[in-house]
Design a protein around this ligand. Sequence first.
Ligand code: UD1
Ligand code: MG
Length: 431
Amino acid sequence: MMEVVSIILAAGKGKRMNSDLPKPLHKIAGKSLIDWLESSLDEVKVSKKLYVLGHQSEKLIKSIGTADYVIQEPQLGTGHAVKLTKDKIKNHEAIIIIAYADTPFVPSNKIKKMISQIKDGYDISILGFVSSNPKGYGRIVKNGDEVIKIVEEVDTDDETSKINLCNSGILAGRANNIYNYLNQVKKSSNGEYFLTDIISICSKNTSKVGLVLSSEEDLIGINDREDLSKAEIIVQNRLRTKYMKNGVTMIDPRSVYIDARSKIQKDVTVEPNVFIGANVEIQSKTIIKSFSYLEDCFIGRNCSIGPFARIRPETEILENVKIGNFVEIKKSRINENSKVNHLTYVGDATIGKSSNIGAGTITCNYDGKQKHKTNIGNHVFIGSNVALVAPINIKDNSIVGAGSTLTKDVEENLIAVERSKQKQFKRRRKN
Ligand code: UD1
Ligand code: MG
């Protein structure tokens, strides 16, 4: 079998991001740039993964899993970075795929196409795109149909700066060819060794350079925060389109944010201005009303959530549950057919089936040091403005009167009220 090695360049300072966080760890729809890139490389089935790290390498080492790496110090350009990987690749017939950590959405079928170009005899294959605003990208220069060189932005003149065929940075070739061409790369005008200079060397060597094309959306390179926000818009549009195709109704899709790690089933309706964070699962026929904020939770079938609901991590909401406005739920399980309709905090709690939690109910789960649990049974009715001081159990079929502050368990079938007696006095008037 053909050996394929991926080399991801992630050593640069990412100066244009102006960030303390290394660029490859910035997130789009909740996933880091390198996780996006790894997701598409996973479909290519590489036999070895290699990273070039440098700037803040300690932070990145934690995020690259079992991949091998080399350290580039100082960072003298993309050509210099790739050169350092030579000793890590034993089989010089292997095909290597070079990708940049700041180019996250490379389609895997295009990488496969580049690999087949190499198998078909091209020395090098590059992945390009046509851009309406090519500034900042290396320009691919052709002579007729043949790619002859890549000119970097710093080296463009009047003529080349107008070229809108851009280099994505993804490059494939046989290891021995690439390292051989890299040995001939000279320092550029800005003191760096450009990987892209191997294209003219290859072309002059009378070897053909293969060109595969994809869209600008697929190949956007992220250098600053504006690029990051553009990439976020691309992904959000894709996610919303995917869910709408799968049968989700979005009344105003542009105002709905979805984390890439969430799942929404068919016939869910999402109203305008909803935030669906990481690892949220929403089952069929549920409606998420406006201004709700959901993270790391499961919401069963046929529920109604919000408007203005906050569903926090480790919450499970089962079928036919209603969660109304200004309700916060944290690390709790709400069983079938229950209702928590208004102005309530439920934390570290379990609520049974068909129970009703009145407006303004608070589970007092925190004593300043520790968190405690509240268990509410089936068919329980909690009146308005009740404080349940945890740990506490409110057992099946019981009722808690409005305004109570409970510190003791309530047994099955009982009514509990904790309230000072109402006093009444005659009203005095001056005249
Ligand atoms: C690069 C390409 C350009 C292309 C664009 C696509 C070069 C010289 N230019 O420009 O043709 O159009 O990407 O987005 O390759 N890196 C290192 N070590 C270094 C320098 C960079 O590992 O010494 C890494 C960076 O961390 C980054 C990647 O290489 O992940 C690309 O570097 P960057 O500075 O972003 O290059 P661009 O200016 O975007
Ligand atoms: Mg870049």
